[in-house]
Design a binder for this molecule. Structure first.
Ligand code: PSU
Ligand code: MN
Length: 305
């Protein structure tokens, strides 16, 4: 199933390989959220919890990362914990995934790079927190995440709590539409906003069961439509931080980023870190809750496929 020429660079963790061979459900997980999205030791605890949730739902988790130049499809507990402690990991997207492999480096894979690796391994479903998108002020900075282009070309279902609310959600939805990516509210009419259940924008499409999401994916493939799908799944109510309250923290974080001239790949990790500080750790608790919730939905979609 895997591109023959990629095989020498990829290690598939034995339980994942067995599940794929037996056509049992597998859910991919990204690792930039571990290396750049959350502080130690919460990052490692979150990564372990999310794997546990997927297992409890009856699917096999495959956390994807690059370790010393090897593309890892699934990590052992030890490998996952040591990645959580790595301080100099790269943040890998389509542009630098192969660089890390060629140079024997270690890195967390973003949504884009995780989709590429998942597709190589034949994994169709992937859970994350929030995708990257069009940054506020992108008309000047041109900062648009490679996650959006990847969704347009690689056939993987990404379950997220929408785009991170530090982004321009309206422009992110516009780009996704232009690039032909279906964005599906998971039982919700309104697009979620990561830490908050609602953004000011409608979800372009709505489906209310894992079976229907799986069916849409199959129909797209049958029609020869390339690319993936974005499932937008709101954070559970008891963990949400209302959008009005978040707006203040986001603005303050953005001002700090500007003042400190943070650019490029460093922007998203900086903003997430700053917001964690401003909310006294509350944003992190919400972030963990929403990833866990996405993992549950992703496992159910994987089972339905
Ligand atoms: N979801 C989270 N935390 C994160 C990310 C997602 O809850 O840190 C990561 C993802 O890996 C996503 C990346 O692909 O942030 C987007 O980075 P950028 O905006 O630089 O493309
Ligand atoms: Mn960017």
């Amino acid at each position: 199933m895997m591109l023959e020429s990629a095989r020498p660079f990829v290690d598939i963790h034995p339980p994942v390989a067995e599940a794929l061979a037996a056509k049992r459900p597998v859910v991919a997980l990204e690792s930039t959220i571990i290396t750049h999205g959350m502080p130690y030791p919460d990052n490692g605890a979150m990564a372990a919890d999310v794997e546990k949730i997927i297992t409890e739902e009856g699917a096999v988790p495959a956390t994807i990362a690059v370790v010393n130049g090897r593309i890892k499809i699934g990590l052992s507990d030890g490998e996952r914990e040591s990645l959580a402690m790595t301080v100099d990991a790269m943040k890998l997207s389509r542009a630098d995934l192969a660089f890390a492999v060629a140079e024997g480096r270690t890195g967390g894979t973003t949504v884009a790079a995780t989709m590429i690796c998942a597709a190589l391994a034949g994994i169709k479903v992937f859970a994350t927190g929030g995708i990257g998108g069009v940054h506020k002020g992108a008309e000047k900075s041109f900062d648009i995440s490679a996650d959006l282009d990847e969704l347009a070309r690689t056939p993987v279902i990404v379950v997220s709590a929408g785009a991170k609310a530090i982004l321009d959600i309206e422009k992110t939805l516009e780009v996704l539409e232009t690039r032909g990516v279906p964005v599906i509210g998971n039982g919700c009419e309104v697009m979620p906003a990561f830490w908050s259940r609602q953004s000011p924008f409608r979800a372009p499409l709505m489906l209310d069961s894992p079976e229907k999401i799986a069916e849409l994916f199959n129909v797209r493939r049958a029609l020869g439509l390339e690319g993936g799908m974005l499932v937008a799944n709101p954070v559970p109510e008891d963990h949400e931080i209302p959008a009005a309250e978040m707006a203040g923290y986001i603005e303050a974080a953005q001002k700090a980023a500007e003042a400190q001239k943070i650019v490029g790949k460093a922007v998203t990790p900086f903003l997430l870190g700053k917001i964690l500080e401003l909310t006294g750790g509350r944003s992190l608790k919400t972030n963990i809750a929403l990833v866990e919730n996405n993992a549950r939905v992703a496992a159910r979609v994987a089972k339905a496929l």
